[in-house]
Design a binder for this molecule. Structure first.
Ligand code: ANZ
Ligand code: ZN
Length: 819
């Protein structure tokens, strides 16, 4: 017989789907329950690659499953189309970033269609479209009104290569997340979103996500937010009016504070430095300004620092302790100053030993003296050398010291977060302009809503866009100079654009009403569709995008625009596609070309290989997959469909019970496996059903048996989640009407799920005396009773008493008679 070629049927069915639009979500209530399946939208860099093929094959399964189940499914697609690569390409080609961007989007859209992604194409959006970024600007202004968008000067991360600032989240190990350059610190005035105001809620609402998001993502978010509890303690500084506050997680060690350390780059250090130490301090600070954050945080490095020529007074015992400046204390955390307790904090101990400062143990943990060993003891123990809190435990010591400080009025319990406000301004062109006008007379003036969008100029090209340290928009005089909306005087537009993570923090709401013109989204539409039921995408977004989207959702909730507080109910992070253990990412280059794989094997083979290789969250080594094996399997399915006589409508209950049992067990298990996201195992169950069907055709009741048709239809419907083209073609061979995706998910007949009986051997004194047909899940007690009741067993016992009965249900019962 003729070999089936999965490539041959693709164009035909793609055209049919374009006509039938089976993936279109229905806006009106039509009695069906709604489901929202979302894939992280792509960045338009070139064509789709193997990583996309994996992610979108995985994301397609729940969407297709829900369609088969009869839900009204929203499964949209769009593009995250602002960003640096487009700008760099435009500089190279002397063009406008939009040209490269929209050409790539078209390429990717064509590839998605060929790949049979089950998208509702009518909802397509691009974040770089003015009709989209108009609403990004509108949201910025609402944040601004609520005090959640503000400008401040301060130390920021600066990428010397991209010539732009970066959010903390975009600095990975001290390097620019995008280009890898070592990140520098600069003092600049920038726009921030006040995400810290939501720190508690971002942590506490994670309770809703427990068990529904990958545990490691929740852990990464928790660590990133980094809530710590302790106390603020005020130290009087000799010769200075205002005290210096330090943050400590260990107020129980206050009697062990033998010096204080101020961040060398904090204003405080500059301010309290005594005149005779100024030269030394300034030289040191200069050194520190050249260090990267990784260097500063490294525990391996030798400690450095300088004495500031001042003393602080310990608020509980009046002791005078020297104040130092060092780089291991960060200006931006807590109060930028610490009380150093070298006996119980390793960094402080390293510093004390380096500079000959005293070490005093105040918690006896039973370990040797840190001053001698150089190893700080951080554990619990009995408090010593600490006046009123002696003999207390760590926890009681903390509580008591906080009480004492509160009574004295120089300290209180305090909570700190590692999370910083989100720096959102960028000095680049291809992003959403910040809708603020700067007027000498009025200050910051929001662009009025009816003047949105503030459009990007279209006349800047090539070299106009090259990095200059300020936004290329600053050079566009006709764009920058405007009338102040308040006073009508001469004013200037803000020339920064927004971090592209702002664009992607709300796109999933826009999909619910993509053409809405009265706001970023129709609140009613989001009430119907939201929140997203299943979100699929890469774990590289475990912190940034997901945290920002969660933040946006909480703000939108507070604005009364959404009625839930978490945007993504379930999250699935697919693994990576690798080749011989090398990751296939943008940076290592695409070692395998998706287009070429599809040309060679066909879409269904690639999709199936992606899904069958293992659980979705595991990495796939493309060197280990077998496209030929997948191809063979699809051929077997296709052949079964072509052999089954076209007598649709015959009652399957007239067919082979043995095959029907396999079919219904497969339905039951595949349903559970798909819902548990074990797609690879679901596919292997389908393969087993294909084998059983083949056998029934070749050496069983034959292709005309109604049970064989039932099996063939079941195989086809189940396969429509994973290999859509072949499923559609098989469906038509079975004389059924397209689209197969609306065929309806089959339900298993419980009567056919009851397992057949198994045979149990019954021995008396080690000799087989009877065989019982019993249910496989029989209990030991029932089995023992049945065995003892057997006439053959009674005969063998011949009136003897029973010493012992050994039961191994459902296989064997051994009866030991009394002698
Ligand atoms: C005294 C002490 C004694 C501390 C001890 C620890 C152990 P987390 O958990 O991360 O919040 N610290 C405070 N502000 C800092 C800053 N700006 N830069 C660097 N370190 C800073 O850590 C809080 C602890 O880190 C604080 O508690 C403080 O040292 C230090 F046995 O105070 B601790
Ligand atoms: Zn003005």
């Amino acid at each position: 017989d003729e070999q089936y070629d999965p490539r041959a049927v693709q164009d035909k069915w793609q055209a049919v789907w374009a006509e039938l639009e089976p993936f279109k979500a229905v806006e009106e209530d039509d009695g069906r329950e709604r489901r929202y399946a979302l894939d992280m939208f792509p960045y338009p860099s070139g064509d789709l690659h193997m990583g996309h093929a994996e992610a979108f094959a995985i994301g397609d399964v729940p969407a297709r499953y829900w369609l088969q189940k009869g839900f009204n499914v929203l499964h949209p697609i769009g593009w995250d189309s602002f960003g640096l690569p487009a700008e760099n390409a435009a500089i190279k080609r002397n063009s406008h970033p939009a040209e490269w961007t929209y050409a790539n989007i078209d390429t990717q859209a064509g590839s998605f269609k060929r790949y049979a992604a089950s998208f509702d194409w009518s909802r397509r959006l691009h974040t770089s479209d003015p009709e989209y970024y108009r609403w990004t600007q509108w949201l910025f202004l609402r944040f601004y009104e609520r005090g959640l968008a503000y400008r401040k000067g301060g130390h920021v991360n600066w990428c010397p290569n991209d010539q732009t600032v970066l959010a903390n989240e975009q600095v990975v190990g001290g390097h620019c997340e995008r280009c890898g350059a070592l990140v520098e610190k600069r003092v600049l005035t920038q726009w921030y979103f006040k995400i810290t105001e939501y720190a508690d809620r971002l942590l506490d609402d994670m309770a809703q996500l427990e068990g529904k998001w990958p545990e490691r993502v929740l852990l990464m978010q928790r660590n990133w937010i980094g809530r710590s509890t302790g106390a603020d303690v005020d130290f009087v500084i000799e010769g200075r009016d205002a005290p210096v506050t330090v943050y400590t997680t260990r107020p129980d060690t206050l009697y062990g504070a033998t010096f204080m350390v101020v961040a060398a780059d904090a204003e405080l250090a500059e301010e309290i430095c005594a005149p005779e130490q100024r030269t030394a301090f300034e030289a040191y600070r200069e050194e520190v300004s050249r260090e990267s954050e990784i260097e500063r945080l490294s525990t391996e490095r030798d400690k450095t620092g300088v004495f500031l020529g001042r003393h602080a007074i310990n608020p509980v015992n009046g002791e005078r302790i020297p104040v130092w400046a060092s780089d291991y204390v960060l200006a931006e955390y807590g109060h930028g100053a610490i009380m150093a307790v070298p006996a119980h904090d390793q960094r402080d101990l390293d510093f004390a030993l380096k500079f000959g400062l005293p070490v005093r143990t105040v918690v006896d943990t039973g370990e040797p003296d840190p001053g001698q060993t150089g190893v700080a003891t951080a554990g619990d123990g009995r408090i010593v050398n600490s006046g009123p809190i002696n003999d207390l435990s760590k926890a009681d010591g903390i509580a008591t010291i906080i009480e004492i400080l509160a009574r004295q009025g120089n300290g209180k319990a305090s909570v700190n977060f590692r999370l910083r406000d989100w720096l959102v301004s960028r000095q680049r062109f291809w992003g959403c302009p910040i809708p603020i006008i700067h007027c000498d007379a009025c200050g910051e003036v929001p662009v009025p809503d009816d003047q949105l969008p503030v459009r990007l100029p279209e006349n800047l090209r090539g070299a106009d866009l090259s990095p200059k340290g300020t936004s290329p928009l600053a050079a566009a005089a006709d764009w920058v100079n405007v009338e102040c909306p308040k006073c009508g005087g001469a004013a200037k537009r803000d020339t920064d654009t927004m971090d592209t993570f702002v664009d992607s923090s709300w796109y999933y709401y826009r999909y619910c009403s993509p053409d809405y013109t009265d706001g970023p989204f129709d609140v009613e539409a989001v009430r119907k569709w939201g929140p997203v039921d299943q979100y699929t995408g890469g774990v590289e977004h475990a912190i940034l995008h997901l945290l920002y989207s969660r933040f946006f959702t909480k703000v939108l909730h507070d604005m009364g625009m959404v009625d839930f507080t978490e945007p993504f109910t379930r999250l699935l992070n697919q693994g990576q596609v690798i080749l011989n253990a090398k990751a296939m990412s943008k940076t290592t280059g695409n070692l395998v070309d998706l287009g070429q794989q599809i040309d060679e094997f066909g879409v269904d083979v690639v999709r199936l290989a992606m899904l069958f290789s293992g659980p979705p969250e595991d990495d796939i080594d493309w060197a280990d997959v077998s496209p030929h094996g997948m191809s063979k399997f699809l051929s077997r399915v296709h052949r079964i469909a072509s052999e089954v006589a076209s007598d649709a409508g015959v009652d399957p209950s007239a067919g082979s019970v043995d095959l029907r049992r396999v079919t219904h067990r497969t339905i039951s298990e595949a349903t559970m496996l798909v819902e548990a996201e074990r797609f690879n195992v679901a596919i292997s169950r389908i393969m087993e059903l294909v084998n059983a069907t083949r056998k029934a055709i070749d050496s069983g009741p034959g292709a005309a048996d109604p049970a064989v048709r039932e099996a063939a239809e079941t195989i086809t419907i189940l396969l429509s989640l994973f290999a859509p083209y072949t499923a559609e073609d098989a469906w038509s061979l079975l004389s059924r009407t397209a689209p197969v995706i609306k065929a309806g998910w089959p339900t298993a007949d419980p009567a056919l799920l009851v397992q057949e009986s198994v045979t149990c051997v019954v021995q008396v004194a080690g000799k087989v005396k009877d065989r019982l047909e019993i249910p496989p899940d029989i209990s030991d007690a029932d089995l023992e009773a049945q065995a003892l009741a057997s006439p053959k067993v009674q005969e063998a016992l011949n009136g003897a008493g029973i010493a012992k009965v050994i039961v191994r249900a459902p296989k064997i019962v051994n009866i030991v008679p009394q002698r």
